[in-house]
Ligand binder design. Structure first.
Ligand code: HEM
Ligand SMILES: *[C@@H]1O[C@H](CO)[C@@H](O)[C@H](O)[C@H]1NC(C)=O
Ligand SMILES: *[C@@H]1O[C@H](CO)[C@@H](O)[C@H](O)[C@H]1NC(C)=O
Ligand SMILES: *[C@@H]1O[C@H](CO)[C@@H](O)[C@H](O)[C@H]1NC(C)=O
Ligand SMILES: CC(=O)N[C@H]1CO[C@H](CO)[C@@H](O)[C@@H]1O
Length: 536
């Protein structure tokens, strides 16, 4: 749904539109506009036409190291492209994140108007001290609270709880699957669905605890139906157009409510006294999730039952919706590349002293996530399949390079535009940006004794490789997402044999209807077969 983009921008910003009539300023060049045929309509048709059209229009008109304006009926934004201008723009505190993004909290997660309003008007920044001149209720510094929560949820102590739990859930899943997957090949219709089902249960249980899924046996089904409709939910379009989308969202919302109510009940019972600073709490999952309630309690009633459930749903969505399809692509790309599966198995065996270390539960996840090859595949997978639109608005008029950016101007950076251009082509022409190349992020250096050493590196890619955004609002889940992708892959391929039942060199397309929302899902099913790996 390309309309999403227009509507997201429309949603908030009648004000932004007014600035399209901006007069040239004395200093600094005004922002150039992409060419169009008809005045007023300008780029409207392109944007309404569909996601493939939108994707190619953004790519076609993007100008390296410069801004370019797109406008039409109800929208007006500036696309930035090129690593220097992107780094410059996103690493300053001159841009707001919440003006454009706040309304999504209502549409996507069912937050009330009050919380959307509070989020949109939180001008206190993310720092410990509010910005001078901001007048936000001290308990309602929602952006600051988010930072506080995630630094707790992904602290060292918390990750030491989360990651081993994730590994254990995955291993338990593999052990339990013995009843369906034995030593003979079994054919399955879709590798994406397979990965999705494993990872939803394993990651949700290791984050929220087991109660969430146990209290809500249909959660995974409801969740994916809801997620399927996310680009509609993000728009301000009339709700009656897609009643099923709203119903799916509300079922997920209800599930979060039920889970929370149960947790509140259980916490009251004296038999369950968990220390305040514990990293894990059996009823809340991560201790950080329980501690977050204190932040909620301090909002003076803004975080009521409905908004707590919305915040929980947002957390569930952030936790699963990107990393799960990304983990599918990771496995798929390896299976589909000649010889790569063997290479990764040799690498894992080399690191851990044999593949059996994984089945025997004798390995340290950090050893895997430090592997050069496994990290390079991870970076390349995200480069190819993440399409995030990083949206900001200009807080106060300022220059970026020679251009003058007026206050309230909406700004967009598309990871797709940056990930799919010549800056990635290798000089030998063997690895164009559109192809999966597992070695793209490996550099070859000579060490002191003159021997070649291969190393994973993102050096020089800042502003170029942006699957997680950049700057103050860069994805706080990125370290966990990386671990999840690599561990999932390593556990699966050391437990099972996989074979794609697809023609050679075939790969599913990205379904671009989630353009802008992060990792794309595959458009076609990927049939495969699987069997338990013989222990060697
Ligand atoms: C492969 C997996 C993932 C991808 C590609 C991804 C991508 C992104 C992107 C592009 C943004 C916007 C950044 C910006 O505007 O500059 C973002 C924000 C965010 N992500 Fe992720 N993400 C992933 C996994 C996760 C996970 C596992 C979590 C854990 C809960 C998470 C939580 C968040 C949150 C809370 C934000 C909002 C941050 C803010 O606005 O300050 N993400 N993510
Ligand atoms: C593409 O994604 C949309 C929304 O997620 C979904 O409704 C549609 O069925 C998908 N298309 C295909 C061909 O799977
Ligand atoms: C929580 O406790 C209340 C009061 O005892 C009860 O009515 C409610 O059903 C409980 N909710 C859950 C989800 O356990
Ligand atoms: C150089 O790299 C080789 C191969 O990785 C390694 O065996 C050797 O010990 C390294 N030498 C030094 C001085 O780091
Ligand atoms: C617009 C849209 O994406 N609609 C989807 C909502 O979810 C259902 C169930 O998954 C899909 O069939 C629709 O295509």
């Amino acid at each position: 749904m390309a309309l999403t983009i227009i509507c997201i921008l429309l949603f908030t910003t009648a004000t932004v539109v007014a600035y399209s009539k901006l007069k040239p300023k004395q200093f600094g060049e005004t922002l150039p506009t992409a060419p169009y045929l008809f005045p007023v309509f300008a780029h409207t048709a392109t944007f309404a036409a569909g996601d493939e059209k939108l994707a190619s229009a953004l790519k076609r008109y993007a100008v390296s190291e410069a801004p370019i304006r797109f406008r039409g009926i109800g929208f007006n934004f500036v696309l930035l492209s090129g690593k220097d201008i992107i780094r410059k723009a996103l690493s300053t505190a001159n841009l707001d994140w919440n003006k454009i993004s706040a309304p999504l909290f209502g549409g996507m997660f069912g937050g009330s108007e009050a919380i959307v309003h509070a989020l949109q008007h939180d001008n206190s920044g993310i720092g410990a001290k509010p910005y001078p001149g901001s007048n936000v209720h001290p308990g309602r510094r929602l952006l600051r609270n988010q930072i506080l929560f995630f630094s707790d949820a992904f602290s060292r102590g918390s990750l030491d709880e989360l990651v081993p739990r994730f590994v254990k859930n995955l291993q338990d899943w593999c052990a339990e699957s013995s009843s369906v997957v034995g030593s003979d090949w079994v054919e399955k219709p879709d590798l994406y669905e397979f990965v999705r089902d494993i990872l939803f249960s394993c990651s949700v249980d290791s984050f929220f605890g087991k109660n969430l899924r146990q209290l809500n046996p249909n959660l995974d089904k409801d969740f994916w139906e809801y997620d399927d409709n996310i680009s509609f939910l993000a728009t301000p379009m009339p709700r009656w157009l897609r009643p099923n989308a709203i119903k799916a969202r509300d079922r997920c919302h209800d599930s979060m409510k039920r889970w929370r109510e149960h947790a509140v009940n259980e916490s009251k019972s004296l038999s369950l006294q968990v220390p305040e600073d514990a990293s894990w709490d059996p009823v809340w999952g991560l201790g950080a999730i329980r501690r977050r309630n204190k932040l909620f309690d301090a909002t003076g009633g803004l975080l009521d039952k409905q908004n707590r459930a919305s915040t929980d749903l947002a957390l569930l969505w952030a936790l699963t919706s990107n990393v799960i399809p990304a983990s599918f692509w990771y496995l798929f790309e390896v299976l589909a590349s000649d010889g790569l599966l063997d290479r990764t198995r040799m690498e894992i065996a080399h690191i851990l002293g044999g593949l059996n270390a994984i089945n025997e539960h004798k390995f340290s996840p950090a050893d895997l996530t430090n592997s050069d090859l496994l990290q390079s595949i991870y970076a390349e997978t995200l480069r190819l399949h993440v399409i995030a639109l990083i949206t900001r608005s200009v807080k106060k008029e300022h220059h970026i390079g020679k251009w003058l950016f007026p206050k309230d101007q909406a700004i967009i950076v598309s990871s797709h535009v940056e990930h799919m251009n010549e800056q990635w082509d290798t000089s030998d022409e063997k690895h164009p940006c559109t192809a999966f190349s597992p070695d793209r992020f490996l550099t070859h250096e000579k060490n002191e004794s003159g021997e070649r050493r291969t190393k994973f590196s993102l050096d020089g890619r800042q502003g170029q490789w942006i699957p997680f955004g950049l700057g103050e609002h860069m994805c706080p889940g990125r370290h966990f997402a990386k671990q999840e992708m690599i561990i999932n892959f390593a556990v699966l391929i050391s437990t099972f044999d996989f074979e794609l039942l697809t023609p050679k060199n075939w790969r599913p397309e990205d379904n671009l209807s989630r353009y802008g929302f992060g990792t794309q899902q595959p458009k076609q099913k990927t049939p495969f077969r699987i069997r338990k790996r013989a222990v060697k």
